[in-house]
Ligand binder design. Structure first.
Ligand SMILES: [Zn+2]
Length: 258
């Protein structure tokens, strides 16, 4: 199974601890034919994502945005717009942005304001957008109706059940499946897999967190995306080669990579 071309659509090599190990990660992944998106969650790590994508062009692609847990300075959004305009050649999507009501004391109205402001840019530049949503699915789905081109919407770290899978698919979105799929107890996600057409699916690690089995609990590297893909292939009883080919083609298409 070495050397199957895979695209990890969501990881944070732009954060600790991977930021310090980048050269090593790049050499392992080049060897294994794996590319990835370094995903921004605030102004600082978005800038780092762009720097990484520039340094390793064609190996790393950048996305930029303000995660719902990082809604502090609204003027950062203008700075990100400028960052986008200056680096269109290496930035493939906006995000991760969205809503997260998981932790106590979250500021709902502030999160929604940052989310909508960034979706305006998604509309303005007709960009693919990476959506982070946790414990806020209904509100998020409602706000996403403002996106002019729903085919540009991508729900990252999808771990919900069949109902949400169907809703997102009917709405025209892409979904990416994380290493959670390898966890025995993720029953509703296992069930949901059957409702996601293969041409609407991508794979991700969401590293450094959520490492798949057999690395659960450890740092999650981009090349572990292989375990995610293999697990999906096993569950859907399809060939790994075929699935990998499909997932990678989907990502390349979705991000408009030449
Ligand atoms: Zn993430």
């Amino acid at each position: 199974m070495k050397n199957i071309f895979l695209y990890d659509v969501h990881t944070h090599t732009n954060m600790d601890p991977m930021i310090k190990e980048l050269d090593n990660i790049v050499s392992i992944c080049k060897d294994r034919n794996i590319v990835w998106n370094a995903v921004g969650t605030n102004l600082e790590d978005s800038i780092i994502a762009v720097e990484q994508a520039r340094k390793y062009k064609g190996q790393i692609f950048a996305t930029i945005g303000i995660h719902p847990d990082n809604c502090k300075d609204i003027t950062d959004i203008e700075k990100l717009e400028q960052l986008y305009l200056n680096n269109k050649d290496v930035i493939v999507a906006w995000g991760e942005i969205g809503l997260d009501y998981h932790y106590e004391n979250f500021d709902k109205s502030k999160q929604q304001l940052f989310f909508k402001k960034q979706l305006e840019l998604v509309n303005k530049y007709n960009l693919p957008v990476c959506i982070h949503v946790r414990s806020a699915e209904e509100d998020c789905f409602e706000i996403l109706k403002m996106v002019k081109n729903p085919n540009k919407i991508w729900i990252h770290c999808f771990a919900m059940g069949p109902d949400w899978a169907k809703k997102y698919i009917d709405a025209g979105y892409m979904v990416s499946i994380p290493g959670i799929v390898t966890f025995k107890n993720a029953k509703s996600l296992h069930e949901a897999l059957k409702f996601i057409p293969l041409d609407r699916m991508m794979v991700e690690t969401d590293g450094p967190w959520l490492a798949p089995v057999p690395y659960r609990g450890k740092t999650n590297y981009p090349h572990y995306v292989q375990f995610v893909m293999e697990d999906i292939a096993n569950k859907l009883q399809i060939s790994k080669e075929e699935l990998a080919k499909k997932l990678t083609a989907n990502a390349i298409n979705f991000f408009g990579i030449k």
